[in-house]
Design a protein. Structure first.
Length: 118
């Protein structure tokens, strides 16, 4: 059973960097595609980035392309989101997700807060 938990959120200044992690305590996520989503206050949950089971195929939203990097380490059952050149509009709760089909997610984490503010 996939059980994903996010970590690494926090407060960062504009222009700064932060790395989020998503770990699967069930130990089976290596066969799953995974992704990151985010939800700002008063807004819908938006897609951020995704990658397939091997990490060889990735996709990003236009708003983060060139600034964020998604990756995974299947030996550690963990996915990462390296966020660079952060902007105040990146402030949101970031969610990790996993699923067996491309861009279709079944399992969700509880989220981690990222706040970009001076």
């Amino acid at each position: 059973q996939v059980q994903v938990v996010e970590s690494g959120g926090g407060l960062v200044h504009p222009g700064g960097s932060l790395r989020l992690s998503c770990a699967d305590s069930g130990g089976t996520v290596s066969n799953y595609g995974m992704g990151w989503f985010r939800q700002a206050p008063g807004k819908e949950r938006d897609f951020v980035a995704t990658l397939n089971w091997s990490g060889g195929l990735t996709n990003y939203s236009d708003s983060v392309k060139g600034r964020f990097i998604i990756s995974r380490d299947n030996a550690r059952n963990t996915m990462y989101l390296q966020m660079n050149v952060l902007k105040p509009e990146d402030t949101a709760v970031y969610y990790c997700a996993a699923g067996l089909q491309w861009m279709r997610f079944t399992y969700w984490g509880q989220g981690t807060q990222v706040t970009v503010s001076s």
